[in-house]
Ligand binder design. Structure first.
Ligand code: UT7
Length: 323
């Protein structure tokens, strides 16, 4: 039982859909600009009072059902999020209680923004390979709408809310072949929420805490780093790019997705693209895209997938898996 394998996927999107046309009424933008520069057409927004844990719970229940296990079989919960319900406890602990898991197994959050899911998957893989867990619930969940400045057209048109989850299980056959995690804190100020508890709670309450981004600089670095991580994953597994069945990328911008697909000589019909309907849901975007393509029958058991993500920090990473 030396390997870790994804045995169930699930996702959840809030009911409210915000179309580009509605954003035209809110900031100085156009549907055409958003579509041409990002590929985004709409995104889902959490209802008032609907929290990251609410989204995570629905996605997790779907993944657990798909895996055919009981919630109490889960012996580790990792939630990747930047938008936790509260300062503490972690969303993972709140989720454990919601799922009525009473086996006292560990639960914690991972904060690596849009690369969070790949980070969490890497950690799950390591726990299972070390024999420290057998059924890991890995969730990416965000209510990013809460940290958007709805007057800033540079950012508010880009993001959405949602959650995706997978159950990773100990297996005799390889599922997760490798994960490749990176960070470079020198880029922190290109994409950040500069306020926070420790920098002054009162100031944060007065000024708000919102995403700020230098978009074109983030774009350029994202394309470079994602291209590097794709090479790294292929090399580590001694695979040719033609052997990858599906690219399941972070959904930030269709132009970034296309650049990574070009690098793999992949046509877009082998790339899971959900950015048009979800926008950028940060840590939720990869497991959301994965679940969509598994449930609509595109991705089949036994196929080779390359997952990749890039986000604030900067953080970035890739995972090569057989489903
Ligand atoms: O998930 C984490 C990783 N995030 C990313 O990977 C995002 C990376 N960045 C991007 O996706 C793109 O850089 C953006 C979509 C954010 C922006 O696209 P761009 O092609 O890089 O545009 P730009 O930032 O160079 O801006 C071009 C123009 C500017 O106007 P001027 O200065 O040329 O007059 C912006 O002010 O577009 C303007 N602009 C807008 N116009 C209409 C910026 N946002 C908007 C908007 N509507 N919403």
């Amino acid at each position: 039982m030396n390997y870790a394998r994804i045995v169930g996927t699930g996702s959840y999107l809030p009911a409210r859909v915000l179309e580009n046309s509605e954003l035209e009424q809110m900031v100085d933008t156009t549907d055409q600009w958003i579509r041409e520069r990002t590929g985004i057409e709409r995104r889902h927004i959490a209802a008032e009072g609907e929290t990251t844990c609410d989204l995570a719970e629905s996605a997790a229940r779907h993944a657990i059902e798909a895996a055919g296990i009981e919630a109490n079989d889960i012996d580790l919960i990792i939630v990747a999020t930047t938008t936790a319900d509260c300062v503490f406890p972690s969303v993972a602990c709140l989720l454990q209680q919601r799922l009525k898991i009473t086996n006292a197994s560990p639960a914690f959050d991972v904060q690596a923004v849009c690369a969070g899911f790949v980070y969490a998957l890497g950690i799950a893989n390591t726990f299972i390979k070390a024999g420290s867990a057998r059924n890991v619930l890995v969730v990416g969940a965000e209510t990013f709408s809460r940290i958007l400045n709805w007057k800033d057209r540079n950012t508010c048109v880009l993001f959405g809310d949602g959650a995706g989850a997978v159950v990773v299980q100990a297996s005799e056959t390889p599922g997760i072949h490798s994960t490749h995690l990176h960070a470079d804190g020198r880029y922190a100020e290109l994409l950040h929420v500069p306020q926070g508890i420790s920098r002054g709670y009162t100031e944060m309450q007065e000024q708000g805490a919102f995403v700020e981004m230098r978009g074109s600089e983030v774009f350029r670095t994202a394309v470079t780093k994602l291209s590097e991580v794709v090479d790294e994953a292929l090399l580590a597994n001694n695979l040719d790019k033609s052997e990858i069945d599906w690219l399941v990328p972070h959904q930030a911008n269709l132009r970034i997705i296309k650049a990574t697909a070009r690098k793999l000589s992949m046509t877009l019909d082998k790339v899971v693209v959900t950015v048009q309907d979800h926008g950028n849901t940060s840590a939720a975007s990869i497991p959301l895209a994965l679940d969509v393509a598994v449930r609509d029958g595109r991705i089949k058991a036994g196929e080779k997938l390359l997952l990749e993500g890039f986000g604030g920090g900067f953080t970035w990473g890739g995972a090569l898996i057989t489903l």
